[in-house]
Structure formats: C-alpha cells, structure tokens
Design a protein around this ligand. Structure first.
Ligand code: RIB
Ligand code: CA
Length: 323
C-alpha cells in the first residue's frame, strides 16, 4: 500500500526535482502539493509546481494549492540568486527557434482551497495515514497547526528538509534557509508532538547530482531529463561559483526519498529547538547530537546524521533521468 503524502514546497529548483521523484515513486501516493513563499514568492512557487507537473504529461494531477505569502513574524526572505528570479532556473525565459516559449505558463489548475485548508481537509480524510513532507519554510505547516492542532496531530509524521547541526549553514554560519526564513514556524512545529524527521544540510550536502549525470540523463532524449537539464543549469552555476561543486545539492529530493527509504540514512533521536531571537543565530536548529549523550529529555525528532548518497543518487537517476 503506497504511503499517502502531502508535499509542501517553495518550488524552487530542487523542489521541482523532489516533485518529479515523488510522482515517479510507486511507494508514494501524492495526495497534494502545496506552495509556500520561500525561494521565491508563493505565486511563483505555485506556478512552478504546475509547470513541473506538466512535464510528466499526466491525465490527472494531485491537488495543488497556494499557501502563505509571508512568514509568521519575520519579513519575507527569498533566494533568487540560487533558483533564478522565476524560482525555476530562469526557464520561463527560454525560447524556441520560432520565438515561442520553451516552457509556457502552465494551465491554471490551482485548487480554490488554501494550502492550510487543503492540508487539514486531507488529514481529516485519512487520519493517521499521511506523511507531510515539508521542503520549504514551515509557514503553511505552522499555520495549519495553529488553526487546528488536534487535526494536525493525526498526521503520521512530518519529514522536514531543514536545519543544520554539525556543519555550517547556507544562509548564516549556523542557519539553514528553510528554518532561517521562518524560525517561529519551525518552533511551532517542534512543539506539537507530531513525529518529526529532520533531513538537514548535514546529509543533503552529501547528495550531489553532478553536471555529468544531468548531461548523461538529457542525452537519453526524454522530456523530463531535458527539463531537469534546463531548470538546473542556473542552480548548478550557483553551486560551481559559490559552493565549489560541479553539480547541485539534492536537498529536497533526499527528503522525499527518506519518506519511503529511511534505510538510506542514519537517524538519531533528539530534542530539537529553534533560535527565534538571536541577532547572529536566528534560525539555528539546536540539538545535542553527541555520541554518548544522555537520552534527550523531551525528544521530539529524529535527525538524519549520515546518508548513503550514492544509493540515493542512483534511485533518483533511475526514476527521474533515465525514464
Ligand atoms: O536550504 C535548502 C532548502 O532551502 C531547500 O529546500 C531549498 O529549496 C530551499 O527551500
Ligand atoms: Ca525547497
């Protein structure tokens, strides 16, 4: 029986790759994909979800709903330099030889329901069954918890691409983007008692899709692999220039994979909290992960501390690039 999931995203290039992996994994049934402001404004994220789904040429698509445009407390903070002004690697500006758009705007198939209400409704339909995979700032998730905490506690678990524990952050030395954008939302999530799995930079930065693998995939001629090549070009350039990596970090696709292949990672129980006030440390995820530490009082999460990156990359390549 496939695991029912809701995928909450700030689509984003790696979010788009995560959508492709989720849709091409028979272990998962994607109930809904929701958008939240993060990498770019939520309007662009919602468009990018639909544009990504159109590459799969599906008869039916999951419900897609637009969510929160701004964090709970902080002002919006975007990452246009990483994902492109359009949030999908600039491909909305690519043209065919005849001047037509290579990736035209998708059909408007957005749900009339807000992301928060769609999440709550779907959990009500399938209590104790749904895994929520959150790969953007946690604003939608926190708003749903605030609106109906008892309903949200009927989630099976929340898999969070977010946080950093034993390496440097990617927005500040101590903070990862998704948590940094909305630390208050992240703390709301940490306090709910819902089973949490953190998939932090500690493991996602080990999962590098190389430019070579992207090129090899595109050479197969498939439209999905061509889309991956096109939408990752800007993202890979960023990684080459700013991360000294000839490829790109697969943050969000790894979080999707963990939801159905937890064997790909090593996890430890922990109490995770989020700094919401520090001038230098806001957005920091704080946990004692030292080996031999006392069992964490009030453990609220499992944190991924290692990954079989090659096994994950093979899974992604086979399911997304070579089909
Ligand atoms: O820090 C990486 C995370 O922030 C990824 O989810 C990326 O898409 C951005 O949302
Ligand atoms: Ca993301």
């Amino acid at each position: 029986m496939p695991t029912r999931i809701i995928l909450d995203t700030d689509t984003g290039v790696d979010d788009a790759l995560a959508i492709l992996l989720a849709m091409r994994s028979p272990e998962l049934h994607v109930e809904a994909i929701t958008a939240v402001s993060g990498n770019v404004h939520v309007d662009k994220c919602a468009r990018n979800i639909l544009l990504t789904l159109e590459r799969l040429d599906l008869d039916a698509i999951p419900d897609v709903a637009k969510g929160e445009a701004a964090p709970l407390v902080k002002p919006p903070f975007i990452a246009g330099e990483v994902h492109g002004e359009d949030g999908i690697g600039g491909i909305t500006g690519l043209l065919n030889p005849d001047g037509s758009r290579l990736y035209p705007d998708p059909a408007d198939r957005l749900s009339p329901v807000s992301a928060v209400d769609l999440i709550l409704d779907r959990i009500g339909m399938y209590p104790d069954e749904i895994t929520l995979i959150a790969v953007g700032p946690l604003t939608n998730v926190a708003r749903a918890i605030i609106k109906n905490p008892s309903r949200m506690r009927k989630l099976r678990q929340i898999v969070i691409m977010g946080g950093v524990f034993r390496v440097y952050g990617n927005v500040s030395p101590v903070a990862e983007f998704n948590i940094f954008v909305d630390p208050h939302a992240a703390q709301v999530v940490c306090d709910t008692g819902i089973p949490l799995i953190f998939v932090p930079l500690d493991v996602t930065m080990q999962a590098i899709l190389t430019a070579e693998r992207i090129t090899q995939g595109a050479a197969t001629g498939g439209p999905v692999a061509a889309f991956v090549r096109d939408c990752t070009a800007h993202y890979v350039d960023f990684h080459r220039q700013r991360r000294n990596v000839d490829g790109c970090f697969m943050h969000d696709p790894l979080a999707v994979a963990v939801a159905f292949r937890p064997d790909l990672v090593e996890m430890v129980d922990a109490r995770v909290d989020v700094e919401t006030a520090g001038d230098l440390t806001i957005g920091m995820t704080v946990a004692d992960l030292r080996p031999g530490r006392l069992p964490p009082a009030g453990a609220n999460a499992r944190v991924c501390v290692d990954v079989n990156a090659e096994a994950f990359l093979t899974l992604f390549t086979e399911r997304v690039l070579y089909r």
